[in-house]
Design a protein around this ligand. Structure first.
Ligand SMILES: [Zn+2]
Length: 219
């Protein structure tokens, strides 16, 4: 199995520069956008796993529970960096883990409806507690107003950078950040293998309600 974390000597300028310039990179948007960032190829057939395990993981990727587990690992990375650094999956089949620059700013919402979830830019003190959508008196103020979180998809990181004029401290910070990406890649693979060990994937049939027009005789 492939391991992504590699130790780097943080006292050596040359070691840090070679780690950063030699790291695998991928596009943050599309090849023609020409912005790239630190990345990993996490396609299941690139992880050095047996053919059986690859097949099983391909099936698992289609389940909601597995996708949610992977997403929560990625979201934790963003939270750990106040969302100024985030990770996302990119590529035609979403097989590349890519480091993104992002932001978190106040969303401006002050209250919400506990019944239907509708959010409101006014507090209950300003406009009462009746919900504008469902009409029930169930609006309450947020204790902590929610953030609006986003990424700058077109912004690459260290594109064409040679790091020559970077201070040792700045180099160390960047190496540590990229090593966290490495650890995240390892954690995602370890979690995936955990699921593969403990679960099997089965087909479940379900019925989807649909609407059609019918004729009803008038009385
Ligand atoms: Zn409501």
């Amino acid at each position: 199995m492939k391991k992504f974390f590699t130790p780097v000597d943080l006292r050596s300028r040359a070691a840090m520069m070679s780690f950063l310039t030699g790291h695998f990179r991928y596009w943050t948007m599309n090849p023609w956008n020409q912005s790239s960032s630190y990345a990993y190829n996490l396609k299941v057939d690139h992880l050095g796993l047996s053919a059986d395990l690859v097949d099983k993981l391909l099936d698992m990727l289609e389940t909601d529970v597995f996708q949610a587990a992977m997403q929560s690992l990625r979201e934790q990375f963003g939270e750990d960096h106040n969302h100024s650094w985030q990770v996302g999956m990119n590529g035609r089949s979403g097989g590349y883990l890519v480091l993104y620059q992002g932001y978190a700013k106040p969303s401006g919402y002050k209250s919400y409806c506990c019944l239907c979830g509708q959010r409101n830019y006014k507090s209950t003190e300003e406009s009462g507690n009746v919900c504008g959508r469902c009409g029930k008196p169930t609006r309450i103020d947020y204790d902590t107003p929610p953030l609006q979180i986003g990424v700058y998809p077109g912004r690459g990181t260290d594109d064409g950078e040679d790091f020559e004029d970077w201070s040792m401290n700045r180099l160390r910070d960047r190496v540590r950040l990229v090593q966290e990406l490495d650890r995240l890649a390892d954690a995602m693979v370890a979690t995936a293998l955990d699921y593969a060990r403990n679960y099997s994937v089965e087909d479940e049939e379900y019925l989807v309600p649909r609407t059609r027009k019918i004729l009803v005789a008038t009385a």
